[in-house]
Design a binder for this molecule. Structure first.
Ligand SMILES: C[S@@+](CC[C@H](N)C(=O)[O-])C[C@H]1O[C@@H](n2cnc3c(N)ncnc32)[C@H](O)[C@@H]1O
Length: 196
């Protein structure tokens, strides 16, 4: 029932041409205490979420490999590997549904760890079955953004990546697949803290 209701909601917003963020409460309200004063939005895309953070009073820096901003906030263009910012210069760094678009996940997470004082927030599409994998491939093949190769992971695989990088999961927000029925995979937002 929720699936059908949400399907109509998403389709209605798409037809209206609206830029509605269906994951906003998961991305922000449920974990707002982890967004510090200064935030680095890595893979900011159009800047929709960066603008939302700025509207909540956070000082946000956008960084991306392309410039597709639809907001009036400054963006740092970078090579997708090395973040051109100083060590420990941001309270919080975020990758909101970015890492499956890259082939440099480990480098980027290491860089985020270097430039972040406190928390790294990672939102990811979780691929657990062949059906999810097929959906993920359709998503990447139809997405306007860069595509990663073999870049989706399940929760256990992400846990291993974070553990290897000495990043501790301190919060985990699950977004069920019925929230966004036109690309129905489960999603997770991990809040990570630097161990050292
Ligand atoms: C699905 S969009 C997400 C945009 C935004 N974070 C959001 O939640 O609305 C994926 C973003 O990842 C960016 N991206 C792709 N490869 C990247 C890389 N190597 N480093 C940083 N960002 C990258 C894309 O340019 C795009 O902005």
């Amino acid at each position: 029932m929720t699936f059908i209701k949400n399907l109509f909601k998403v389709l209605f917003e798409k037809i209206r041409g609206s830029n509605h963020d269906f994951f906003l409460s998961h991305k922000y309200d449920f974990i707002k205490s982890y967004y510090g004063n200064t935030c680095l939005d890595i893979g900011a895309g159009t800047g929709r979420f960066s603008q939302f953070l700025a509207d909540q009073g956070h000082k946000v820096t956008l960084v991306d490999v392309v410039d597709k901003r639809k907001v009036d906030l400054d963006l740092i263009h970078f090579n997708g590997k090395h973040l051109p910012v100083d060590d420990n210069s941001f309270d919080t760094s975020l990758f909101m549904f970015v890492l499956h678009h890259t082939n440099t996940q480990i480098e980027l997470l290491k860089e985020a760890k270097r430039v972040t004082k406190q928390y790294i927030i990672v939102g990811e599409d979780i691929v657990e079955s062949r059906f999810d994998k097929a959906l993920g491939n359709i998503h990447l093949n139809t997405s306007p953004w860069a595509r990663g190769n073999d870049s989706f992971k399940n929760e256990e695989q992400w846990e291993k990546v974070f553990d290897d990088l000495e990043l501790t999961i301190i919060e985990r927000i699950r977004i069920p697949r019925n929230v966004y029925p036109i690309y129905p995979v489960n999603r997770v937002i991990f809040v990570l803290k630097k161990d050292s």
